[in-house]
Design a protein around this ligand. Sequence first.
Ligand SMILES: Cc1ncc(C[n+]2csc(CCOP(=O)(O)OP(=O)(O)O)c2C)c(N)n1
Ligand SMILES: [Mg+2]
Length: 351
Amino acid sequence: MTYIIKPKLHHPTLTPNAIGYTRRDYEGAISTMCAGCGHDSISSAVIQACYELDIEPHRVAKLSGIGCSSKSPDYFLGNAHGFNTVHGRMPSVLTGANMANKDLLYLGISGDGDTASIGLGQFAHAIRRGVKMVYLVENNGVYGLTKGQFSATADAGSKSKGGVVNEDSPIDLCALALQMGATFVGRSFSGDKEQLVPLLKAAFTHGGTAMIDVLSPCVTFNNHAGSTKSYDYVREHNDALNRLDVFFGRDEITTQYEPGSTVEVAQHDGSILRLHKLHDSYAPTDRLHAMRYLEERKALGEIVTGLLYVDQAPSTLHDHLKTVDVPLNKLGAKVLSPGRSKLEEINASLR
Ligand SMILES: Cc1ncc(C[n+]2csc(CCOP(=O)(O)OP(=O)(O)O)c2C)c(N)n1
Ligand SMILES: [Mg+2]
């Protein structure tokens, strides 16, 4: 299928966004995933979110590791910068790129195998350091690309397609991200675009380390009875915390949600996250509460989705390192290498 080139024709009635791009301008190549793959729905949600946020595609850098999930960046934002790294190594490559050019929007796409197995250390450290990015895990509980072995996010008691029961404890990537200091943590389901698109938009405008774990059923290897990552299971056990909208100063604030308790969270860039709370007691700005809530619901066999945690004033690796405002890749050789006397000054200050 990869040899089929996507036609470049645009229907003349497609609506352009505020910067003149249509939805087609955010698309990528034709997908080679299995029909019904959750990863394709996530690609489509990324396209929708970027279109609605009026993001220029060439201002995005999409990076990934290895896996079906990690090849999905080929299917969206065809005009963005892209880097398909080695298995589990996306976070360090993303960190390096971000250090060199902080002006781009960094989107890390990974899988549960790529992140929770081989890339676990890289994931933890990129989050701990506060790399400004949207880190999105397309979580199907298996190594889809290599034919369906259990991954480290597979629940204990979950059954493989061949009937084997997983006895190991799962890694909860949201709990880990909270523990490591992520400043935005959310979970969603590829089959719930109404929740996923606003969550992605909120993550893109966040300005800190955003991690979203998206349950994304693998139709070929993990969508049977006994699996806890199937479409049916996730639908039946979804404990949605909130419904989210993202507003900017210029937008009229309207909401489709039924009346109920709402909370507004202002972000550093002036955008407002309006959360329609489905659970009245849930406070998305309380990290400890989020951690406890995840554990409590896990014990009940429920999958918590929605915005779990947001820090309204995140600081990033660039803040910690006190880098200059101008992206490092735009600095000239003279500024980058100010000469021997400056070096001696620095050395003297360290003695
Ligand atoms: C260093 C290395 N080890 C192992 C592999 C084999 N391998 C390819 S993809 C993959 C797992 C992918 O699983 P996941 O990240 O969950 O992606 P999915 O295909 O499920 O979307 C593995 C183990 C590899 N490519 N490189
Ligand atoms: Mg997987």
